[in-house]
Design a protein around this ligand. Structure first.
Ligand code: SF4
Length: 291
């Protein structure tokens, strides 16, 4: 895998708090993503990633300065690691270790972190995360709402290996991600599953099993959302070759980037029914799905 090395001026992005994932910052140690999932929103025109994969070699040093400034002003908030790349990409992070070095910097400045991953490599960094867990400073309004300053969310769009091989062929298979979730739960971390995106007519039939699996593994929370078609061209190309019978149904369902409202409402009603049955919570804090 060809990886360019780049130097950046800034690596800490600030945004309004995400009401689902609770992050107010994001850090992406890489440009592009080694997993290159078919449905990834970064394939879309608005976010289109050009130039392949690159490692931000000076990210830890830049982050150190940026967090020092934020910390001095008391602007603590969850950092999403990451929002547009896999921070524990196999074959990349195990070679460059930029995410691990960023985590050391975050520990030094005591910021809370929300780890968003499809990778088993996160277990390498549980030592740093365990230390940060007791030290991170939460924003005042999240104290007592979350247990501590570490959230670990595993992302899955299917439980079936044969489907994952089509849509996320470079990521560890679903079973390995779920085993990793079980391990981090055993080690006492707050952890959950993000079933995002669920793929209409392909993995939306798995919703009940997804809820059951989350329950069996002791997930603290779950998220579900149907696919947003940012990278329409890339996705439909794969659909045409692997699921040609679904192309017309997708064209009907996706007049724009999001599925038709009726589908979305039905989808969430189904999700909530199964979550209730298994006694699971949608989201880390209460989320109004409007259905
Ligand atoms: S792992 Fe996430 S960021 Fe990477 S390609 Fe897949 S969806 Fe996109």
């Amino acid at each position: 895998m060809g990886v360019r090395k780049v130097f950046v001026k800034s690596v800490l992005n600030r945004h309004r708090r995400d009401r689902w994932f609770l992050d107010e910052y994001s850090v992406n140690p890489y440009y592009g993503c080694p997993f290159n999932c078919v449905y990834c929103y970064t394939h879309g025109g608005r976010y289109g990633v050009r130039g392949g994969l690159a490692v931000k070699v000076n990210a830890p040093a830049v982050l150190d300065r940026e967090l020092w400034r934020r910390g001095r002003r008391g602007e603590y908030g969850f950092i999403a690691l990451s929002s547009a790349t896999e921070p524990w990409g196999l074959g990349v992070e195990d070679r460059y270790g930029v995410t691990r070095r960023c985590l050391r910097v975050i520990l030094r400045h005591r910021f809370p972190v929300h780890c968003l991953t499809k990778s088993t490599l996160i277990t390498r960094d549980l030592d740093i995360l365990a230390e940060l867990r007791g030290r991170a400073r939460l924003p005042a309004d999240l104290q007592g709402v979350v247990r501590d300053g570490i959230l670990i969310t595993f992302s899955l769009s299917t439980l079936r290996d044969e489907v994952a091989e089509v849509f996320e062929p470079r990521a560890p298979p679903p079973r390995e991600r779920l085993n990793t979730l079980a391990r981090v739960r055993e080690e006492g971390f707050t952890a959950g599953i993000s079933y995002i995106p669920v793929l209409p007519f392909i993995t939306d039939s798995e919703v009940e099993e997804m809820a059951r699996v989350a329950k069996d593994l002791g997930a603290d929370y779950v998220f579900f959302a149907p696919l947003t078609l940012e990278g329409r061209e890339v996705y439909l190309r794969v659909l045409e070759s692997r699921y040609p019978e679904l192309v017309a149904r997708y064209e009907e369902l996706y007049r724009g980037r999001t599925p038709l409202k009726q589908y979305v409402a039905r989808f969430y009603r189904e999700v909530l029914k199964h979550l209730e049955r298994y006694g699971l919570r949608f989201g880390i804090t209460e989320v109004d799905l409007g259905v």
